[in-house]
Every structure is written in C-alpha cells, then in structure tokens.
Design a protein around this ligand. Structure first.
Ligand SMILES: Nc1ncnc2c1ncn2[C@@H]1O[C@H](COP(=O)(O)OP(=O)(O)OP(=O)(O)O)[C@@H](O)[C@H]1O
Ligand SMILES: [Mg+2]
Length: 479
C-alpha cells in the first residue's frame, strides 16, 4: 500500500464498529473526527452527517451503510481526569443501516455478511459514492439505456441515472404519504422517458403505454396540453358513466365478440355461466336475424311460442318481454304485451297448458291461438334497429339464447339468472366504449376514470389491458 493510500484512509476514517445487531450497526466516532468538515490536500471534505454514506472495511470486504441517526453518551473512562477539551468528555455514536457491499468493483444491494466489532468505518470516496448510485445493468451483454430521473435532494449535482429497460419493462411501486409527490414522480418519470424517445421511429412503432387515471389528474379539461407529453403524441379519453356525451374508448370488434371479454365484464362463474356465454356468443340463429324489423319480430314470436308450447313458467315469458324491452332502451309495445300477458295468459293446471282469457277463452290447442296471442301483438312492435348499438345487440343475443334454452332444454335458471341480471351493466359500458378498429397509433393513451362508477372502475382496466395485450401478442412485434 502506498503512503498516499494510507494517508487517504487515515483522513477518511471516522471510527470503529462497536455494535452489530443485524443490519443495524453502531460506530464510535474518533475524537479527532468530530468537526463538520475535514481538510485533506487543501480540499474541504464534508464530514459524516445523518443521511450520508459510510464504508465499513472487514479484511478485503467493504460494506456500504447509511447513517440514520446518532447520539452521544458520556465517556466514563475519562471520568476522573482533567479534560483538555469539553468535547473529549463525550462519545459520539452513529446508527448505521447496512445497504449492501462492494464486490468486484460494483455495489450490490443486500446483505451477504456482517461486519465485526472493531472493523474500521470510513467516509465514502467520490468514486465509491458513484458506485452506490450507479444503477445501470448489463442486459444480454449490453449496458442498459440511460435515463436521468433527477438528482439527490441532499447532494446537489449528483444526478441519478436509471436503466430504461430495467425500470420500465418491470413493475414499479411508488410509495408515500398523501401529498408526498407520488403522482408527480410518476408523471416526471414518464415525461423524461418520452422526452428522450418520443421522436424515435422504433419507439413509436413498438412502445405502448396506457395510463389509467382514477383521479383524472393527468387530463386537462381542454384538449391541447403538455401533461407528461404534448397532445400530439398521446390520446386522451375522459370516460363517464353518467354523461352520454363523454369520450368513448375504442374496443375492436374481434375483442367484443370474445367470450373472455364478456366473462370478465359480467364476472361470469367458470362452471356454468362461462359455458353459457360461450354458447350465446357463438349461436348466430337469432343474432343473424336482428337485421330487419320483420326478422326481429319473427325472433320475438319464435321465443314466446317456444316458451308457451313448452309450458315454461309464466314469469319467464313476462321477463323475456321486459328484458328484451330494456335491452333496446325501453319499448312501450313490448311492455304492453307484457302487461296483457300478465293479466290474460293463464296456466290450466289440469290440462297442463296455457290459455288466453279474452272472452271467449282461447286454448293453446286452438288453431287461432298463435295468430291472436302472439303474431298480432308482436306485429305491432316497432324498433329502429339502426339505433340499437352493437353492444345492445350482444345483450339481446344473450337474452334470446337464455330464454330459448329455457324453452328448449329446461336450462337451470338458478345458475344463469344472476348473469342475466348483470347484463344491465352493458348500458353503462355503452356509454364508455365504442366498437371500432380505428385506433390511433400514438404510443400513449391516457384514460380518465374519475367520472366512472365504482363497479366499472373495477372491470374497465381489465378489459382495456386485455385488448392491448391481445393486440400486441397478435402483432408479434416485440422489441
Ligand atoms: N418534486 C416536486 N417538485 C415540486 N412540486 C412537487 C414535487 N412533488 C410533488 N409536488 C407538488 O406537491 C403536490 C402533491 O403532489 P402529488 O399530487 O404528486 O402527491 P401524491 O403523493 O400523489 O398525493 P395523493 O396521495 O393525494 O395522490 C402537488 O401540487 C405537486 O405539484
Ligand atoms: Mg396522487
């Protein structure tokens, strides 16, 4: 060891370890090191203080720790002596938390070993300080891309550089009290990332970021803004389950016909509701006839006829009518038919058949039954099928499948009826999504859910993420 190295070590030494309790270490500070600064080679070096780093040497190993606190006690050994200096009377002890160690010239976080009592403690040199704050890693033999995210609050000028891939292609958690700057930090991280790459072609082609903003803090009420990145680079959606004129998030047609999508959205149970949904979404029989009013009337009549002929519960027939009505946003004629059936359509117990009680009574077996009870009223139904949205058609599709299965296969309604009740959610979904394959290719989508009700807040993120993931997977364009 050269004289110079010995000299540096002597100057930088602050004391020695007096206690080791797990990761908490106590160091007794040398009496000569109690000043706020040290002088070495004509340079002023900042002495130890709370928050600064120290190195503890154990043979050839070096541990790095952070000073978390300090206290003083009276030095009993000196008790009966005359002091030259007041400060000799006290012992200054540092509480240090071990952060990691230096191995083959690199700082590693974590604990592999612990210091021993009497090991020496040093101020960290500039070089070691840099190592502690060096976060770039090699990925597949290549050093990660650099991103400067800020600088240390107590060491002005010491910038913190993180690796883009290890930071953004992984999970991040930002923790802190209310108002401590979590949302700000998030915005700042992504702002810096986008400032660096926003005009790079490969980034624009391959990267996709979605911010699901529960509090609406990353959106400006008026379009043109610079939050996180300038408007021209991002798409913003301010969704609302309360208003009809809010933005709508585009979901592709293929995604909307996917039974997983609906299973998530309607929180379908695995064993019974999911298979039912699958059947409903693959059965084209009624769905393909929701195109003209004549065909639609035929479908209505067909399901009612099946239910009546099968001798299903009267309540199922009534519910079929009211659910069909609400699926298309309310229909007065369907409601009237429902009320008419409610009072006049009756079940004859001994004959086990339906009859219609309009004087004179018409039994199901009468040839005129279908004409009077089903066809005539159903022909009065008018629906503007063009104004029935694609989502409402899916709701109709499920309703028709359900009542048809009740009529034809005695479907166990106990399991499926909760799912049918949840179909009402589609009305809210209709307000916040639109079926479209016309996506913008911006790398950032900001979706505000601040005006979306709680049940939708739970499912919308799942649906959005599923769609983006499926699309990315299908494109097979991984960086
Ligand atoms: N590094 C910073 N520099 C300047 N101002 C900041 C910084 N961090 C946060 N702020 C300001 O502090 C305030 C609170 O920050 P922010 O909203 O990010 O906190 P939060 O932790 O997300 O709070 P909450 O828990 O309520 O969501 C904001 O006005 C923000 O602009
Ligand atoms: Mg916040």
């Amino acid at each position: 060891m050269s004289k110079n190295t010995l000299e540096i070590e002597d100057v930088l030494r602050v004391g020695k370890v007096v206690s080791v309790k797990g990761r908490s270490i106590e160091v007794l500070v040398d009496k000569s090191k109690n000043g706020s600064h040290l002088l070495y080679n004509g340079e002023l070096i900042k002495n130890i203080s709370v928050g600064s780093y120290v190195k503890i040497a154990k043979g050839f190993e070096s541990f790095i720790g952070k000073i978390e606190g300090e206290y003083i006690t009276e030095d009993k050994v000196y008790q009966d002596k005359i002091y030259l200096n007041e400060k000799d009377k006290i012992k200054r002890i540092l509480n240090i938390k071990l952060l990691g160690y230096i191995e083959s010239g690199k700082f590693k976080q974590g604990i592999k070993d612990l210091p021993l009592i009497d090991n020496e403690c040093y101020l960290v040199s500039q070089d070691e300080f840099k190592k502690v704050h060096y976060f770039l890693k090699e990925i597949n033999g290549k050093l990660d891309e650099e991103l400067e995210v800020g600088h240390l609050a107590n060491e002005r000028g010491k910038e913190i550089i993180l690796g883009v891939n290890s930071l953004f292609a992984s999970h991040i958690g930002i923790f802190g009290n209310t108002g401590s700057g979590k949302s700000y930090t998030l915005a700042s991280l992504y702002h810096r990332l986008f400032e660096k790459y926003k005009d790079e072609q490969r980034f624009k082609e391959n990267a996709k970021f979605i911010i699901i903003d529960f509090n609406g803090e990353y959106l400006m009420p008026e379009g043109d803004d610079n939050i996180i990145v300038h408007s021209e680079y991002k798409n913003t959606y301010n969704l609302s389950t309360r208003r009809n004129d809010s933005d709508k998030f585009p979901i592709s047609a293929s995604e909307i016909n996917d039974d997983d999508f609906w299973s998530i959205f309607l929180t379908a149970t695995d064993k019974t509701q999911k298979p039912f949904l699958k059947r409903a979404l693959s059965n084209e029989f009624y769905f393909s006839r929701f195109d003209t009013i004549e065909n639609f009337r035929w479908c209505l009549g067909n399901v009612i006829q099946n239910l009546i002929e099968r001798g299903s519960d009267k309540s199922d027939i009534l519910q079929f009518l009211s659910e069909t009505s609400s699926a298309i946003g309310g229909n007065a004629t369907l409601e009237e038919i429902r009320n008419d059936y409610s009072s006049k359509l009756k079940w004859h117990n001994s004959n086990t058949t339906f009859y219609y009680e309009t004087p004179p009574t018409i039994y199901l077996a009468d040839p005129q039954f279908k004409g009077v009870v089903i066809d005539q009223p159903i022909n009065q139904v008018n629906v503007d099928l063009n104004s029935v949205s694609d989502l409402q058609k899916i709701r109709l599709r499920v309703v028709f499948e359900y009542y048809n299965e009740i009529a034809k296969f005695d479907l166990n309604t106990e399991h499926i009826s909760p799912l049918i009740k949840r179909l009402k959610r589609i009305e809210e979904l209709d307000r916040i999504i639109t079926i479209s394959d016309d996506f913008s290719d911006n790398f950032l989508d900001i979706i505000s859910l601040s005006d979306v009700n709680t049940s939708m807040k739970k499912v919308i993120p799942l649906l959005i993420c599923k769609q983006v993931y499926d699309k990315k997977k299908a494109s097979k364009r991984f960086i």
